[in-house]
Design a protein around this ligand. Structure first.
Ligand SMILES: [Cu+2]
Length: 320
């Protein structure tokens, strides 16, 4: 028991571990690595307050009924029914609570769901700067990234297979015009013969690699059954459905290694099709792409094995 307490104290005192993977003894969600995840966390905090107040209020009402209106305390109950004021209040107040939640939730949903129009971001941010609206510009650049918008999208398709992921980079093409495409296999599949390398059940042989601070537009599809491409630190989860192309976007602010797992029950090895994303500098990304195109997958993977500190607080996580 004492050891358990000590371990719990250590975990709490250590503060939020900045690993973008599940960690022992951690509480709460993985640190946000994108503005999408950060907004989800803020919304989570907001709803948690409302839920807590409602729960305490309902508990208090229950206790009041139990102790003040039981047969012993209140032997002669009054026989009235209906109370206009109370009925109006218990209709209007919950409606207002729902409106308050929607006012936070709908903008978040829209922000994540709609792939941003980069030209609009560039022109709007320039307009704000030209008009000298510094405050509005700062507010705008919290959610939209003009510098990244000028560089355009990096496009990646993630195809779910039973049981691994195929990544396609339509922007990276060889001399014959074929895009870079490779399969990302798990290192472990739940067998005693598994490799002991990497993070258990999360590491892959050839990770997805993206440049830092760039708008990523990703597409998901599936070869066989429904899978779901998910990275908790990005706040991203998109179903990969056979015969459909879904899309989404995100922008990661700091280099690092981020892990996720297929999040749609897809068969016997569902637990063994992890997602590993390595976010690297533009130069490292270009080098990796060159090696991948040359067919030297192992050298390419080795070139991104060292990713600039994941120990550092990201811009997003640091704000929490
Ligand atoms: Cu799957």
């Amino acid at each position: 028991m004492r050891h358990l307490l000590a371990a719990m104290c250590a975990a709490i005192l250590a503060g939020p571990a900045l690993a973008f993977e599940p960690t022992d003894g951690a509480l709460g969600m993985q640190p946000a690595a994108t503005r999408i995840a950060e907004r989800i966390h803020q919304f989570h905090g907001f709803v948690l307050v409302i839920i807590t107040i409602i729960t305490i209020f309902v508990l208090a009402l229950l206790l009041w009924v139990i102790f003040r209106h039981n047969k012993k305390a209140n032997p002669q109950p009054r026989k009235f029914s209906h109370n206009t004021l109370v009925e109006v209040v218990w209709t209007v107040v919950p409606a207002l609570i729902l409106v308050a939640i929607a006012s936070q939730s709908f903008p978040n949903l829209y922000y994540q769901d709609v792939v941003p129009n980069l030209e609009q971001i560039t022109s709007k941010s320039k307009q704000l700067q030209a008009d000298g609206k510094t405050g509005a510009y700062e507010r705008y650049t919290k959610n939209y990234f003009p510098e990244a918008a000028e560089k355009g999208f990096v496009n990646i398709k993630a195809q779910g297979n039973q049981w691994n992921w195929t990544y396609t980079y339509p922007d990276i093409v060889d001399d014959a015009g074929y895009p870079l495409e490779f399969v990302s296999n798990p290192l472990q599949v739940g067998l005693s013969t598994d490799s002991k390398e990497g993070v258990r059940n999360l590491s892959v042989d050839y990770p997805m690699v993206i440049p830092v601070g760039r708008y990523i537009r990703y597409y998901t599809a599936a070869a066989d059954v429904i899978h779901s491409w998910t990275v908790p630190a990005f706040g991203v989860k998109t179903d990969a459905v056979p015969g459909r192309l879904n899309e989404g976007w995100f922008l990661v602010d700091q280099p690092g290694v981020y892990y996720g797992q297929c999040s749609e029950l897809c068969g016997v090895n569902h637990a063994y099709m992890p997602i590993e994303v390595r976010v690297v500098s533009e130069e490292e990304y270009a080098r990796w792409a060159e090696l991948m195109l040359a067919g030297d997958y192992d050298a390419a993977a080795a070139s991104v094995r060292q990713v600039a500190s994941t120990e550092q607080a990201t811009k997003f996580a640091a704000k929490q």
